[in-house]
Design a protein around this ligand. Sequence first.
Ligand code: KG4
Ligand code: ZN
Length: 373
Amino acid sequence: MRILGIESSCDETAAAVVADGREILSSVVASQIDIHRKYGGVVPELASREHLRQIVPVVREALAQAGMQLTDVDAIGVTQGPGLVGALLVGITYGKTLAQSLGKPLVPVNHLEGHVHAVFLEAHKAGRVPKLPAMCLIVSGGHTVLCEVKSENPAVQDASAKLLYRKLGQTRDDAAGEAYDKVAKLLGLGYPGGPILDRLAAASNGAPAPVKFGHTKMKGNALDFSFSGLKTAVLYHVRENAEYNEEIRHREEALARGERKFEHLLPLCSTKTLGLVREFQNTVVRDLVERTLSAAEQLSAESILVSGGVAANSQLRSTFEERAKSAGIEVFFPSRVLSTDNAAMIAAAAYSRFRAGILADVSLNADPSLALA
Ligand code: KG4
Ligand code: ZN
């Protein structure tokens, strides 16, 4: 069964064809990063307009790469939410129109469920199957959610079953990726912040931390997250230490000249800045890993799944690998391309939903705050 997946919830227009929920026949992603960069974040109105421009060529390209015609598609899976309403509507309207005109089933998909399926897609490529129940951390620019993933069907313990989700914790303010983006912005390191801060932290070479950020204690649900306090702590530290100003200005000038790569920015960072970046990342990683492991332990999860843009972070991956190993639990990540938004994960999620009989008709509408559980 070949499903065409369509994703347009944020700033990536994506289409993909996936066979039987696990074989990626094609996956095309048109990123809008260059359009939003000068605003330091996603501008919803520009995002919708760009999706409109990209949706038709991106779907065509996905079909061409899979060597297929539209009529060869067995079903269409489309992201219903959560996300930006205007952005979602572009994919949904196109998906509905295709489904109607081709007479094919339309499957509504929760974007977060897509991120969970990204992990199964990657595992399948490596011939591995994450054991269920699993503890899943979805960590991106828009979300930081911890949920338990189980199969509805005791006889089918893989991603072709209908998966059941139970939310155990989430961020009360900023998402982890958002904290990366905001900290990078205030340090004059450009947008998006995750990849550059990741590399600078790795290049910090034991630079001492100019300030220490403590563990974020949560009142109430101990599995919730909070990152806005950390971002504010970085901001105050930078404001209180005037010596950062000059290098920040130099980096902003470099960015304005289009010099935004790691190679351009590293020489413009003092040891103190590198130490600060490393301490920020240590704090985020420690928080994400500890809460996830503690949730996995509490629920006796069989494996840990980590997905979403921040799952590409090298320190997060190595720390999870290390800690999970000593805890005797297997951890699974998607590759970098499957970590960030894509449509292969939407097509894969659509397969399990289709098998469970979850279909939509022409009344399907975008749901900007669609919950996973
Ligand atoms: O999943 P995604 O592509 O889009 C959302 O649904 O948000 O995630 C994008 C987010 C951005 O905030 C970006 O800074 C972050 O993922 N990110 C990273 C890394 N690569 C991307 N954060 C930390 N380390 C990275 N290597
Ligand atoms: Zn996402």
